[in-house]
Write a new protein. Structure first.
Ligand SMILES: [Zn+2]
Length: 449
């Protein structure tokens, strides 16, 4: 049994009532936290445990990202030929649905590695990914899973089924989800899987029925984009005479294992369906602002009791940037500085994101410092210039934290970054290869234009 004692930290527990334990210590045994207490007391009780001195830094649970796309990594700095896309459907067709077709097997792997380097450096230790690579589809999730295992973070993966490239590819997408849902059971416990769907507007009723059949056999929920732009709702109303969430409910796709990303344009009846079925929603404010799709009624959903989580939709794996954006976005949209209170952000990024992980790791509490919880931790070199308490921590995070303050990242008791040095991934080699591969993707992207 491997034992590691973390000493001299200011422990931010993010338990149901958040606490900051001064001069605290944590005992990690294998992949879990097995003791919490005063640093010196724990050191005296466990003299043989190897020690890692937190040197007066904050010790916090690692951040969780509820919705991301590793495959988008190579879009950074890429030009889109022609006039700038005018709206989100235009962005989908001219950027994402071309970029994903330009990806090879190796691109899939390196896109993931680039994002995993970024995640470890920014203190994000659990990620829920949504993948697409139509021309490198079979076994693509294995490429990502290999990268995740090498990196040592926690990730839940899926492949986005869509009819936009024809029925054969839709079937291949279904098969990839089914294959990986079975295969993941034999892999590292850091990995989990769900069943990915693109969005209502690119999925026929027949395909939805096939997805349900397959996922039910494997006891899986779904991970799908919902009403990111009005186009998704108009498409569903025109073709099926009902709104998107009603369509998904009728298709049997909602429930406590299913995740709906965005929900920017859903109406109150759709919210009621989401609430009644115990379905999860994820909010990605940076992406919503970038795509100019609007702002979801996050506060309304939270008041209804819908578990709204926080993701990044492929933006940097710096979740505190997402906290800050959520905090600002809803204030400007409503012209009301009382909107998106710091505790609303905590409800999404901490409480609901933590609870969301139970779909994938049902026996392992993730995202809190507690005995029995996952040993997924970060050290944050933050020395407040004003008093810091458990009560005002959200505002310190929003106004004071930078992701570069993360110095050490630990997942499942294993140190992945120590004093800003990555221990599982060779950042320089990954960066160099990524730059070469991205140039190839950009050249193929131009030809697809
Ligand atoms: Zn997305």
């Amino acid at each position: 049994m491997s034992q590691m004692l973390i000493t001299n930290g200011h422990l931010v527990t993010w338990n149901s009532s958040n606490e900051i334990i001064e001069n605290g210590g944590l005992l990690l045994e294998n992949d879990r936290i097995t003791a919490i207490g005063p640093s010196q007391e724990l050191a005296a009780q466990h003299p043989r445990a190897s020690q890692l001195d937190a040197q007066d830094q904050l010790v916090m649970p690692g951040n969780i990202c509820a919705h991301t796309h590793f495959y988008g990594a190579f879009a950074r700095g890429m030009a889109i030929p022609g006039p700038a896309p005018k709206d989100f459907p235009d962005i989908l067709e001219r950027l994402w649905w071309r970029l994903d077709r330009a990806l090879t097997v190796e691109d899939v792997k390196y896109s993931a590695l680039v994002c995993l380097v970024d995640a470890i450096k920014h203190g994000t230790t659990t990620l829920i990914d949504h993948h697409a690579s139509p021309n490198a589809l079979p076994h693509s999730l294995d490429q990502i899973a290999d990268a995740v295992e090498t990196a040592g973070v926690r990730a839940a993966l899926c492949y986005e089924v869509t009819d936009r490239n024809g029925p054969e590819e839709a079937r291949a997408g279904i098969q990839e989800n089914a294959r990986f849902l079975r295969a993941v059971k034999e892999r590292s416990h850091l990995l989990a899987a769900t069943f990915g769907l693109h969005a209502s507007l690119s999925l026929s009723d027949n395909t939805l029925a096939d997805c349900l059949d397959t996922a039910q056999d494997l006891n899986s929920g779904f991970h799908i984009h919902v009403a990111e732009h009005e186009a998704d709702e108009y498409d569903s109303l025109e073709k099926y005479g009902k709104r998107v969430v009603a369509r998904l409910a009728d298709a049997g796709l909602l429930g406590p294992k299913s995740i709906l990303a965005h929900c920017v344009h859903i109406d109150p009846a759709e919210m009621a369906l989401i609430r009644a079925t115990g379905t999860w929603v994820t909010h990605q404010p940076r992406s919503n602002m970038n795509n100019a799709v609007g702002a979801a009624d996050v506060e309304g959903m939270l008041r209804l009791g819908i578990p709204v989580c926080l993701g990044n939709d492929g933006f940097s794996n710096n979740m505190w940037a997402e906290w800050k954006t959520a905090y600002l976005l809803h204030k400007v949209v409503h012209r009301d500085p009382r909107r998106a209170n710091g505790m609303d952000i905590v409800q999404m990024a901490i409480t609901n994101n933590n609870a969301l992980t139970s779909i994938f790791w049902p026996d392992l509490p993730i995202g809190k410092l507690a005995v029995g919880a996952a040993a997924d931790l970060i050290f944050v070199n933050y020395h407040p210039t004003t008093p810091l308490t458990a009560g005002n921590l959200p505002w310190h995070i929003i106004f004071g934290f930078e992701s570069s303050l993360v110095t050490t990242t630990i997942v499942a008791g294993k140190v992945l970054m120590r004093d800003r040095q990555l221990l599982t991934l060779d950042e320089a080699a990954i960066t160099a290869r990524s730059r070469e591969l991205a140039a190839g993707v950009w050249a193929r992207f131009e030809k697809l234009s």
